[in-house]
Design a protein around this ligand. Structure first.
Ligand SMILES: Nc1nc2c(ncn2[C@@H]2O[C@H](COP(=O)(O)OP(=O)(O)OP(=O)(O)O)[C@@H](O)[C@H]2O)c(=O)[nH]1
Ligand SMILES: [Zn+2]
Length: 204
C-alpha cells in the first residue's frame, strides 16, 4: 500500500447547492501518491468535530455527476450524500478516477460495447483493462491528512469497504439508495450480480 504522510492541504469555504446554500469546505492536497487532484468536501468541519464522520468515497463520473446521465446512478448518489451531510456533517472524498479508473474516453468506448449487450465489466476487459482499475490509497492518505482515523462509510461497494478498512477503522456501513433510471438497469444489475454491491434487488 502506497501511503504518503507528507501531504499538505489547502482549504476554502464554499456554499453548495443551487437552492440551499450549504456551508462546506473544499480541500485540495499536494503530495498525494498519484498525480490526480483528488478533493475533499467537508461539511460542518466534520474532520475537526466528529470522531467518526460519515464519509462518501466517490469516484468521478463527469457524465453522471455533472450532467445526470441516464446510464448510471452516480449523480444521484452524490446528491444523496450532500443531502445527508448538509444536516449530519460528513466528508466527501471526490476521487478523480473517471470510469472506474480508465478515464472518460475509454468509458465512452466501453459504452459502445454495452450497446451490443456486453456488461460493464466485460466491456472494460474487451478494452484491455481490469474490471475496476481504481485504488484507494490516496483516499486513505486524505483521511489521515484530515485527522480522520475512523469513519461511517456511505457505500454499496464491497471493494471500497475492503480497501479503506485496511488503514481506517470502519464503524459502520450505510448504503446509498438504489436509483433505477431509464437506461441504467444493466449497469445496476452488473453491480449487483457480478460485483456484490448492496443494492435493493426488488428495485432492479
Ligand atoms: N468503466 C466504466 N465505468 C463506469 C461506467 N458507468 C459508470 N462508471 C464509473 O463508475 C464509477 C462509479 O463510482 P462510485 O460512484 O464511486 O460508485 P461505485 O463504485 O458504484 O460504489 P458505491 O456507489 O460507493 O456503491 C465512476 O468512476 C463512473 O465514472 C461504465 O459503464 N463503465
Ligand atoms: Zn456515472
Amino acid at each position: 500500500m502506497k501511503l504518503n504522510e507528507n501531504i499538505s492541504a489547502i482549504r476554502a469555504r464554499v456554499k453548495l447547492s443551487i437552492k440551499d446554500d450549504i456551508p462546506a469546505e473544499i480541500i485540495s492536497f499536494t503530495g498525494l501518491v498519484d498525480d490526480k487532484e483528488h478533493i475533499a468536501i467537508v461539511f460542518n468541519s466534520a474532520d475537526k468535530q466528529q470522531k467518526s464522520p460519515l464519509v462518501r468515497v466517490h469516484s468521478e463520473c463527469l457524465t453522471g455527476d455533472l450532467f445526470h446521465s441516464s446510464r448510471c446512478d452516480c449523480g444521484e448518489q452524490l446528491d444523496e450524500s450532500i443531502n445527508i451531510m448538509k444536516n449530519n456533517g460528513g466528508v466527501i472524498l471526490y476521487l478523480r478516477q473517471e470510469g472506474r479508473g480508465i478515464g472518460l474516453y475509454n468509458k465512452l468506448d466501453a459504452y459502445l460495447f454495452q450497446e451490443q449487450g456486453i456488461d460493464t465489466y466485460e466491456a472494460n476487459r474487451k478494452l484491455g483493462f481490469n474490471d475496476d482499475d481504481r485504488n484507494y490509497d490516496d483516499a486513505i492518505n486524505m483521511l489521515k491528512a484530515l485527522n480522520v482515523s475512523s469513519v461511517h462509510l456511505l457505500t454499496n461497494n464491497p471493494l471500497k469497504i475492503e480497501a479503506i478498512g485496511k488503514e481506517i477503522i470502519i464503524e459502520s456501513i450505510q448504503n446509498t439508495k438504489t436509483y433505477l433510471k431509464k437506461d441504467n438497469k444493466n449497469y445496476l444489475l452488473a453491480k449487483y450480480e457480478l460485483s456484490d454491491h448492496q443494492l435493493e434487488a426488488s428495485l432492479i
